[in-house]
Design a protein. Structure first.
Length: 99
């Protein structure tokens, strides 16, 4: 990814305890996760860590709730630079809000 950025991949089941921590961070959620898990995880992150930023990598199945739950929705495939810049800006926002 980019220098100074740590990337961690977790399953939806592993993400739930992480979402309960109040740590502000960008969350990148893949379109391959089941829609019910996407909604549940996004709501959990918003409730427990309002300073976090939610980014959805959207596939073919736009449902319509995306703009309500997510700060950014990126179409797949999106240019790599757009994805990296969105994550970087979200991380900066999280760090700024945490201090």
């Amino acid at each position: 990814m980019a220098a100074g950025m740590e990337v961690c991949s977790v399953t939806p089941e592993e993400a739930e305890p992480e979402a309960r921590s109040a740590l502000a961070r960008p969350w990148l959620i893949c379109h391959t996760v089941e829609i019910t898990q996407v909604v549940y995880l996004a709501c959990s992150v918003r409730r427990n860590s309002p300073a976090s930023k939610l980014i959805l990598l959207e596939g073919e199945r736009a449902v319509g709730f995306e703009s309500v739950l997510f700060h950014h929705v990126l179409k797949v495939p999106e240019q790599r630079d757009v994805l990296v810049n969105t994550i970087r800006k979200s991380l900066e926002d999280c760090l700024r809000n945490a201090s």
